[in-house]
Write a protein that binds this ligand. Structure first.
Ligand code: F0G
Length: 430
């Protein structure tokens, strides 16, 4: 009997009608030819034994669960393996039993995008592409530019003009990407990029609708369970923009439960996967609004989205269907928070725990602040207070310092003459 190769164990499957396609046809089309829905990677069989490759936590520890055929195609900057940091000060403040932050800002280009990009670019190399493209609110472009540089691929990034943080554009410039500003918002940029890649099959689109990105990002969930010594958290709270992040985190937990992945994440404890809570910014919250209306089969796109958390300033999330399915299937929820709540949460996480994250990444903390404020008034808080909660902090605060400094510029900080007497007099006054 012929042994089943890795190639035989995966298909591309339509998220809507479940039609399947060969993995290596990706890039010739991006959506189901039958119904137009997004595609996902699906394993066709259960995993019986996964080789232990390395003790070091990181994306490629889980190579056996990733549809890449040849290890030689791996393009890596040592992504993943980020710390899961217990936040006792905030837990106390909010009255919660156990709160952790998975600090994705520790990735090579300082956001969670690197997990997906290492897989997306490795697969692009395996499929023989020489040119890649993305539309981005900033982090995807920085990450794609870095991995393309390493793989010697030509990288084109489309960014909404004037709407992305300086740190992120500086990264894309440094990594040598061809950067094009689009006179429009992120949704316009992705529409333009998709149109080009759908007709020009020499360029691979690497936005999170690309299912190989999701395969890399799902490793966040494997790591969380490993870092909690096999314990499955009760809740995972994360920011939602285009919907790739929530899709992948849920896919990771689903695979743990569907396949019994003891060989990968160790023995896991917990009879149910976590409830996933997606948090959006109030001015760009089509998924949270659909959820609040009890709708899982459609969203109303926001035509002119607006939030200072520029990473998630997205009105028409491409993966909305997968995002709502993640919320539905995990028995989770979705909510939105105001920009004011986001900036307060960003400062709270930094000043109470020493973790400086970018504004979008502070939305889970803003959500917990909101829930804790409703103590005694809302069921949600009562359900969460005795549980283990993991917040995903998706990006590093240094990427977007201007957002924080707009209220307090360095010039307005107190200045003293360069002598100890002056310092002493200030200290005594305070
Ligand atoms: N947090 C950060 C820091 C992000 O950059 C993004 C998305 C998200 C959260 C939301 O993730 O889109 O998968 O739901 N940034 C994309 C970009 C859109 O272009 O960098 P999502």
């Amino acid at each position: 009997m012929r042994s089943v190769s890795k190639e035989d164990s995966y298909v591309l499957r339509c998220f809507g009608c479940k039609e399947t396609y060969p993995i290596d046809d990706y890039g010739k089309f991006y959506r189901c030819k039958a119904c137009g829905n997004l595609l996902e990677v699906k394993r066709t069989g259960r995993i019986s034994k996964v080789k232990k490759r390395t003790a070091r936590l990181g994306v490629w520890k889980y190579l056996d669960l990733i549809p890449l055929w040849n290890e030689r195609n791996i393009v890596s900057l040592s992504e993943g393996g980020t710390n899961l940091i217990e936040c006792r000060n905030l837990a106390k403040l909010f009255g919660l039993k156990s709160l952790f932050v998975k600090f994705e800002g520790q990735n090579p280009t300082a956001s969670f995008k690197d997990r997906g990009m290492t897989v997306g670019i490795s697969k692009a190399v395996e499929l023989g592409f020489k040119k890649v493209m993305c539309a981005s609110t900033g982090n995807t472009s920085a990450s794609l530019a870095a991995y393309s540089a390493r793989a010697n691929l030509h990288c084109v990034v489309l960014v909404p003009k004037g709407k992305i943080a300086m740190g992120k554009i500086a990264q894309a410039i440094a990594y040598g990407a061809e950067i094009l500003q689009v006179d429009g918002n992120f949704d316009d940029s992705l529409r333009v990029a998709s149109e080009i890649c759908e007709t020009n099959h020499e360029i691979l689109l690497l936005n999170s609708l690309n299912p190989f990105r999701i395969e890399g990002q799902k490793t966040t969930s494997f790591e969380i369970v490993e870092q909690l010594s096999g314990r499955v958290p009760d809740y995972v709270v994360l920011p939602v923009g285009n919907g790739g992040n929530i899709t992948s985190v849920w896919k990771g937990f689903s695979e743990i439960f569907e396949n019994g992945l003891q060989n990968i994440v160790g023995r896991h404890r917990g009879s149910t996967p976590p409830k996933i809570i997606g948090v959006q910014a109030e001015g760009a919250a089509p998924i949270a609004r659909a959820f609040k209306e009890g709708r899982f089969d459609s969203i109303d796109p926001v035509l002119n989205p607006h939030t200072e958390a520029s990473a998630i300033n997205i009105g028409s999330p491409v993966s909305w269907m997968k995002a709502l399915a993640a919320i539905h299937d995990s028995h989770g929820s979705a909510d939105y928070v105001s920009d004011d709540e986001i900036f307060k949460a960003q400062k709270l996480l930094a000043s109470k725990e020493g973790l400086f994250v970018e504004p979008a990444s502070a939305t889970p903390i803003a959500y917990l602040t909101k829930i804790a404020r409703m103590r005694g008034l809302s069921d949600e808080y009562d359900k969460m207070k005795n549980s283990t909660i993991v917040c995903i902090a998706t990006g590093n605060g240094l990427k977007d310092p201007n957002a924080l400094l707009k209220d307090l510029s360095p010039e307005s900080l107190k200045t003293i003459p360069a002598d100890a007497k002056s310092l002493e007099s200030v200290l005594i006054r305070n």
